[in-house]
Design a protein around this ligand. Sequence first.
Ligand code: PMP
Length: 354
Amino acid sequence: MGWEENVRKVTPYVPGEQPGDKKVIKLNTNECPYPPAPGIRKLAESFDYNRLRLYPDTEAKKLSDALCAYYHIRQEQLFIGIGSDDVLAMAFLTFFHSGKPILFPDITYSFYDVWADLFRIPYRQNKLDEKFCIVKEDYMAENGGIVIPNPNAPTGVLERVDVIEEIVAANPDSVVIIDEAYVDFGGESCLRLIGQYENLLVVQTFSKSRAMAGLRIGFAMGSPKLIHYLKDAKFSFNSYTMNMLSVELGAEAVRDVAYFKDTVKKIVDTRERVKKELLGMGFVFPDSRGNFIFAAHPDVPAKRLFEELKGRGIYVRYWEKPRIDNYLRITIGTDEEMDILISNLRSIMENKPE
Ligand code: PMP
């Protein structure tokens, strides 16, 4: 059919599976295993449903007030969107318009190339070194923009802020996006650099450390100029992106600092314990600073582990892609879930049926 020639054809991102079966141990999409802050439940229960007749606040003021107070930034340095996927997509659309290739690592969040293709942005993927670290010189070549996740996903590798700063400083003609989806689990944020570098955009999310993947809240922090351009693009697309409940409940999540810190600490403690267990079993992995571990075993193919775990109702993430096709990305769940994972890995590797 002739019309089909004029369709914007895209190969979509493939998210991790969301099984309907509640009995599954779900360690495949880096969600938080603990519930969101307790105050959120109270707020949700007392929410006046009659308010849903009205359009929500286009500025998401309650949520932006809470975020500005927490991160010590001004409203004009903050942009809020429907999860960081929405924020990142909007940033690609807004800032990567030069026609020159944008740069990001070869092993990274698999949505970057999808957005680049969707928006017809050329890109080049710089090879991570053998330790899965970025080679900073690769980001000093001419480019139309840069995206670096820090810590990286799916490797969990954290780059130092001074390395990122060198890249930002070397690229005054490009916007540099640092995707900090996992920074709360032991990374150092680049937020402190936004006052100094007009071209730096720091993106974070409520989906991991704040246990609210289902509500869809993400945000970007940067210079007032960057934020202004982002908002212009967003308000040319859809003014009412943030729904009322996300704004109210998200603000409460930010206010409960003690709960947030406690949740993050529990996950980090579990992660460090699981690292030791996996090492003892012969797994190798880069030192993760995320809420996941990217592990390979020299003797047992990751694909086999992935499939056998799945058969036992334990979901982890596996990609059949160059350089990473012998790795499993294992999200950190509760201690109990991780114990079940480990005992199942042991029994699979010993080839014994459970
Ligand atoms: N960036 C990275 C590196 C991620 O792993 C994810 C989670 N899939 C996101 C961004 C998007 O998360 P969300 O849209 O839930 O904020």
